[in-house]
Design a protein around this ligand. Structure first.
Ligand code: FEO
Ligand code: CA
Ligand code: CA
Ligand code: CA
Length: 670
């Protein structure tokens, strides 16, 4: 064990560290809060749930609530039809009865016909570059036939858990820690030395995978000799385009042009564009840098606003570009949305700086009725903002090549959620309002590089960790997942983030005016405040038809299926926090059933639910089970589960799962 290794993992595991770090937030702006405003925008059903909850305080769920839930379901108001999974936590996954959940791709699986077999005891960077990466997150699908049974699966590999990946690397130790003169025994996972080899395997396990898949006899399988199969990682050459390309602040000794960068990291959620390219959102890039900026360096305030350097990883010990004392501008080359053309395995991915530099959660899009394309992005940190980007030019459905640079030119907006239920989309345009040289914005390049500070000056609304933001083309509505924010204090609430100590998060529904997604004045309301509706203090607003299994906390990613229905996946539920594992929930948004939720799939212990993606026919849902086994004092030797192989020879493995209905048919339809 090496005491000096950079990522000090005092909290017992990496997930807890990340959670604790995200807790801090780094928004110092004094954008207005409205402490005395209480959100009164309950739907009727939501309010009913709230009053029921008062009656049920102290019990898990009241008999009255159960009775009403049964009645509501009997009325058949929900747009979903399936037998709900029982909430809970154990070593494996569970899916609704009548459905099959099959593991499609696991960490270490071959991506190419000639990839080496996975050998967890003898990993190398070279083998990892040919195998499926770690911690699958976003999943995209690009069809290769008219039927939808053949296509390219696009998968982000967000980050690595070295303590679960490498044999003999981490151990559970008990140490005496002295604090304020009191000695306390602390038991924790202690990691070993981050050697060059370990770091290079970590870098190869990040990025993404393009892999051809085919459905035969109702089951999906990877096509290993698919001509478009590809692994992207930290060694993949990429270009930087848009307003910040070539700017001084992006130039380094290795790249004096400021337009070429190797790799992408912490790719969380993402999107597929209408023209079939893949967007990979770079999220917590701050965690990959170590060192100190040279004295008096111009980027001090910029890096503070993004939490750089955070030192979760020790890459900088072996690669100068991740040490800001040696390569001060490198952090300006991350935090972007990366566009990849999956149809050409030799294409050079592009970091599209016009969409701004934040901790991007996703980049889901919709073609507006006038042909322009609108992208929605959350900046996942406590007290940060929601953004949208509107292309300047229109999408051309008949000429794919004509769309390839649409993302370089357009308007980036940040959201201000007003207390009267209106929403202003404020343009982050150089020269407008406060975004001028006087405030340190010499050009649009400065605006996108410091998108957060631009949002501060415009008076954007500080949100409770905005994650996936998903437009619904069928309704003109947009769903925004707010995971949680336990740092929001009483008095700091605002109408759109109405709960202090918001442990369970909420979902906002934006109604873009007249179905025009480019609208700059829209309306919003809270669809759902999450948490246990039977505990009054929680203030959850699930409908009364929601069962004891149906409620959830910490909404994170989401998807709209082929029938325009909303599905929500979660990050952070556990036995301790909510008595349930993370999973995929079906959430009604329309009519009397609005805010009714049902559990469809749940992950094994320690995992978070990512993905979710429905195929164009709505007959398959692709799910990413991320960091399974990462619970408590988990190591390679002693994970909290050995899912999905359940073999002593195999570590626990993050995997992509396909869910299909037995005998075929649409997911969640009767
Ligand atoms: Fe990668 Fe915001 O979760
Ligand atoms: Ca996530
Ligand atoms: Ca999504
Ligand atoms: Ca999350």
């Amino acid at each position: 064990m090496n005491e000096m290794s950079a990522p000090d993992r005092n909290p017992v595991n990496l997930t807890e560290i990340r959670e604790a770090e995200e807790d801090v937030g780094s928004n110092p702006s004094d954008n207005p809060t409205m402490g005395d405003i209480i959100n009164r925008r309950f739907s009727r059903r939501g309010f009913l749930g709230g009053s029921l909850a008062v009656a049920a305080i102290g019990s898990t769920v009241s008999p009255l609530a159960l009775m009403i839930a049964d009645e509501a379901r009997a009325e058949g108001m929900s747009a979903f039809s399936f037998d709900e999974v029982e909430a809970g936590v154990d070593e494996t996954h569970h899916v609704a009865e009548g459905y099959d959940a099959d593991v499609l791709l696991r960490w270490g699986d071959k991506v190419f016909a000639d990839s080496p077999d996975f050998d967890p005891m003898n990993q190398t960077p070279e083998s990892q570059m040919r195998q499926f990466g770690y911690n699958n997150d976003y999943i995209g699908f690009v069809p290769l036939d008219d039927v939808g049974d053949h296509g390219l699966l696009l998968v982000n590999h967000e980050y690595t858990n070295a303590e679960l990946m490498f044999p003999g690397f981490a151990a559970v130790v008990t140490e005496t820690v002295e604090k304020d003169g009191v000695a306390t025994e602390v038991t924790k996972v202690k990691t070993g030395e981050f050697t060059r080899d370990i770091v290079d395997i970590e870098m190869a396990a990040h990025g993404g995978t393009v892999i051809e898949i085919r459905k035969q006899d109702g089951k999906w399988t990877p096509v290993l000799d698919g001509g478009m199969n590809r692994r992207l990682h930290l060694g993949t050459e990429m270009m930087i385009s848009g307003p910040a390309a070539g700017h001084d602040r992006l130039r380094t000794t290795a790249d004096p042009s400021g337009t070429r960068v190797f790799g992408t990291l912490n790719n969380c959620a993402g999107g597929v564009t209408p023209w079939g390219t893949w967007l990979m959102a770079e999220e917590n890039f701050h965690g990959y840098f170590i060192g100190e900026l040279p004295e008096g360096h111009a980027e001090v305030a910029n890096y503070q606003r993004y939490g750089v350097p955070r030192g979760w990883y020790n890459w900088g010990a072996h690669h100068d570009r991740f040490d800001i004392s040696r390569t001060p501008n490198e952090p300006n080359r991350f935090g972007w949305v990366v566009e990849v053309d999956p149809m050409d395995p030799n294409s050079v991915p592009r970091k599209r700086t016009a969409l701004g530099r934040t901790k991007h959660e996703g980049a889901e899009s919709v073609v507006n009725k006038d042909g322009r394309v609108v992208f929605y992005c959350g900046d996942d940190e406590r007290f940060d903002y929601v953004y949208k980007f509107v292309t300047a030019a229109s999408y051309n459905p008949d000429d794919r090549a004509a769309n390839m640079d649409l993302l370089d030119d357009g308007t980036l907006y940040v959201a201000r959620f007003n207390e009267d239920g209106t929403l202003d989309w404020l343009p982050l345009t150089h020269g407008e309002g406060p975004l001028t040289g006087e405030n340190g914005f010499a050009s649009q390049a400065d605006v996108v590089i410091e998108a957060r500070r631009a949002g501060d000056l415009l008076g954007a609304t500080k949100m409770d960790r905005p994650e996936d933001v998903q437009p619904n083309a069928m309704t003109g509505k947009v769903y925004c997942m707010l995971t949680n924010n336990t740092r929001r204090k009483e008095g700091d609430e605002n109408a759109a983030n109405p709960r202090a100590n918001n442990a369970f998060g909420h979902i906002i529904e934006i109604n873009e005016t007249d179905g025009d997604f480019t609208s700059t004045k829209s309306t919003w309301e809270i669809l759902l405040k999450c948490g246990d509706p039977s505990v009054a203090e929680v203030g959850a607003t699930f409908s009364s038809a929601t069962s004891k299994d149906g409620w959830f906390g910490m909404p994170d990613n989401c998807a709209i299926d082929a029938d325009g229905r909303l599905w929500v996946s979660t990050d952070g539920n556990s036995a301790k926090k909510t008595g349930r594992a993370d999973g995929l929930w079906a959430v009604d948004t329309e009519g009397e059933a609005r805010a009714t939720s049902k559990l469809f799939f749940r992950v094994p212990v320690g995992a978070e639910m990512c993905g979710p993606l429905f195929d164009p026919k709505g007959e398959t849902v692709f799910l990413a089970v991320q960091h399974p086994g990462d619970e408590g004092l988990a190591t390679f030797e002693q994970p909290a589960t050995r899912w999905p192989d359940f073999s002593q020879d195999m570590p626990v493995r993050p995997s992509v799962v396909t869910v299909t209905k037995q005998g075929g048919g649409k997911i969640g339809m009767g």
